[in-house]
Design a protein around this ligand. Structure first.
Ligand SMILES: [Fe+2]
Length: 248
């Protein structure tokens, strides 16, 4: 797909699904990295961020081809979207692995991201009959971009309130125009995380769901409040990883 077409579709639809971008070999490399970390976490769910330690940056250094593919999508898109000073911004990556405990808590956890661009790399996606297989529910471009942090917080609380009050009721999901996206390893899903409400469906407790999330262009990068909130989450996840690897 041409750079301009990608940017046009991103702006118009809030979401672009690129299929067959990563080779089977590259998927296997990502899978191995995930499973090694899952093992270190004694098969418990974990989130590993590029700010938690050096593991993700080391992985990208060792696997330049994967890193190049991801970076070119992010930077080409930012250029086409004319995102101000995007060259000065840093990529924030999260390896999110659900297995065993915390599956229920982490599914239907709808939210907007703080960053404009979210690139989702499916690594391990369950494929079980009679299961929702952790597929993504997303309402692309549900809200408008805002530079007001107060408006941002009020909107976030408003949608969380709707979803909590109607607790996964079909009409609430319909009202929010949530679409189901079937994730496939090898593909890349690029969406406007700031404007699009999203969350994942449940997986069977026997399965593993692993995704690598690449976030870029923090809408409120100067906000101490947003930074503090993110730091608290990273600290919490670090503690969980520490506990996972100690408790067995
Ligand atoms: Fe997200």
């Amino acid at each position: 797909m041409q750079k301009t077409e990608l940017a046009e579709r991103f702006e118009k639809h809030g979401l672009v699904h690129l299929e067959n971008v990563l080779s089977p070999e590259q998927i296997n490399i990502l899978k191995k990295f995930t499973l090694d970390n899952l093992k270190e976490n004694h098969n418990k769910s974990f989130f590993l961020t590029s700010k938690s330690n050096h593991k993700i940056s080391d992985f990208f250094k060792q696997n330049e081809e994967i890193s190049k593919k991801i970076n070119s999508v992010i930077y080409d898109l930012s250029k086409e979207l004319k995102l101000k000073n995007f060259q000065d911004k840093k990529i924030y990556s999260v390896l999110r692995v659900l297995h065993n405990k915390r599956i229920k808590k982490e599914s239907y956890n709808f939210h907007f991201d703080a960053h404009v661009i979210t690139l989702l790399v499916p690594i391990i996606i369950p494929n079980r009959e009679n299961s929702d297989n952790g597929h993504l529910l997303i309402s692309p471009n549900l809200r408008k971009t805002t530079n007001s942090i107060l408006k941002n917080i009020i909107e976030k609380l408003f949608y969380q309130f709707i979803l909590k009050s109607f607790n996964r009721k079909k009409f609430a999901l319909k009202l929010l125009k949530l679409k189901k996206i079937i994730l496939k390893p090898g593909s890349l899903l690029i969406f406007n995380g700031f404007r699009s409400l999203h969350g994942n469906l449940e997986i069977d407790e026997k399965d593993t769901r692993a995704t690598l999330l690449i976030h870029f262009y923090d809408q409120f990068h100067n906000s101490k409040l947003v930074q503090m909130n993110r730091d608290i989450r990273i600290k919490k996840e670090k503690l969980i990883i520490k506990r996972n690897s100690q408790n067995g």
